[in-house]
Design a protein. Structure first.
Length: 378
């Protein structure tokens, strides 16, 4: 499911009316938090120093060689299948049934005019209007959600090219499309040990800020599987960092995954963030998880159907050949690579990512509350 990536792209390309409505629903604290970004904080949060002694790729890794490495992206991969089930089990059968009934009623009125009446004609018109309206609203509003899981690329990919020192993101156009960034503009959420407690259920986040890329919007990629706490995200970032800085000989050889629609990948995705929780949870929690196994089977089946109804992502030729002798280096993505209408919207929302000069001020410690003496009662 590409819902997170689609939502981030929608935010970057919001119209004035959509943004006004969004900001009207924000609290004053949320508005202040969105504006408290400083240049000094960005400099501290983007570095390429060692962060772990145990570099490890938790996968899925699709390719790894001397030139490039391909990993899976996606912020809600474990929830994939829900939209597929709703589409194949509810929306499409309902629309198809309405069209079939309308066509049958029209055919009956044509072939047997003697049995038709005003009431039958009225019923045919009502059926045609209802089925036509359902099809129209689905094609106009619903299919864009269906294509977050079905009839699109099978996975979101990120490619790290050592030879060109570039990072490439492979996404559908509705989620931002294919983009290219210099490796040294990449920020990571897997840097600080104090954030280890926040990594449970989270993926490694890679960020490209506009102040470094020259674009008017921020880009983000959520890499690999969900973390289960500890230092897993730092281990994964250290694996990527060492591969790009030192080469494949500096990291342990990971097990490569297939890009075919494997049922193992579909069902195992439901348990990415549950391993450590299941081992450390009480027996009552384990029994509760075992009782809901039919839900995991249903969602896993939908996930597998989603993979089979999608196609394998394919990089453009210039990215496939990047790093080979005599081949050109792919150009870095710029604003001019987007259509004029998208450029206009991106520029209209560019102020979201502006940084304040200097560093964020240190938070003042709160004064301890002094206990009040009770009033004396005469």
């Amino acid at each position: 499911m590409y819902l997170i990536e689609w939502g981030l792209w929608q935010m970057a390309t919001e119209s004035k009316a959509e943004r006004r409505a969004y900001e009207a629903g924000m609290t004053p604290a949320e508005k202040r938090a969105n504006r408290n970004f400083y240049e000094g904080d960005l400099d501290e949060n983007i570095h390429f120093s060692q962060v772990s002694d145990n570099p490890r790729a938790r996968g899925p890794v699709y390719n790894l060689n001397e030139v490039f490495m391909d990993l899976r992206c996606g912020g809600a991969e474990e929830k994939r299948g829900l939209i597929t089930l709703a589409t194949l089990g509810g929306v499409l059968p309902g629309v198809a049934f309405g069209i079939f009934m309308t066509a049958g009623s029209i055919w009956l009125d044509i072939t047997q005019p003697e049995s038709s009446s005003f009431l039958a004609a009225l019923l045919t018109i009502a059926l045609a209007f209802a089925s036509g309206s359902a099809l129209y609203f689905y094609l106009k509003y619903g299919i864009k959600f269906t294509r977050l899981e079905v009839l699109t690329t099978r996975h979101l990919l990120i490619r790290f090219n050592r030879k060109t020192q570039q990072v490439h993101l492979h996404r559908p156009d509705s989620c931002g499309g294919i983009v290219t960034f210099p490796w040294r503009t990449t920020g990571s959420t897997g840097i600080y040990p104090e954030d280890d407690s926040l990594s449970a259920g989270m993926r490694l986040g890679l960020v490209w800020h506009p102040s470094l890329t020259g674009l008017p919007h921020m880009e983000m990629a959520l890499v690999g599987k969900q973390g289960q706490g500890g230092s897993e995200l730092r281990d994964e970032w250290e694996f990527i960092r060492r591969y790009m800085e030192e080469g494949p000989h500096a990291v342990p050889r990971p097990r490569l995954s297939t890009q075919l629609p494997s049922p193992i990948q579909a069902f195992s995705a439901q348990f990415e963030g549950l391993g450590r929780f299941f081992r450390k949870s009480s027996w009552l929690s384990k029994v509760a998880l075992l009782m809901v196994w039919p839900a995991f089977v249903i969602v896993g089946t939908g996930h597998w159907l989603s993979l089979m109804l999608c196609w394998r992502p394919r990089w453009p030729k210039v990215i496939r050949e990047a790093g080979m002798p005599g081949k050109p280096v792919p150009p870095v993505t710029t604003l001019s690579d987007y259509p004029p209408a998208i450029q206009e919207r991106l520029l209209a929302n560019a102020d979201r990512w502006q940084l304040k000069p200097g560093k964020s001020p240190a938070k003042k410690p709160r004064k301890p509350r002094t206990s009040r003496k009770p009033k004396e009662i005469d």
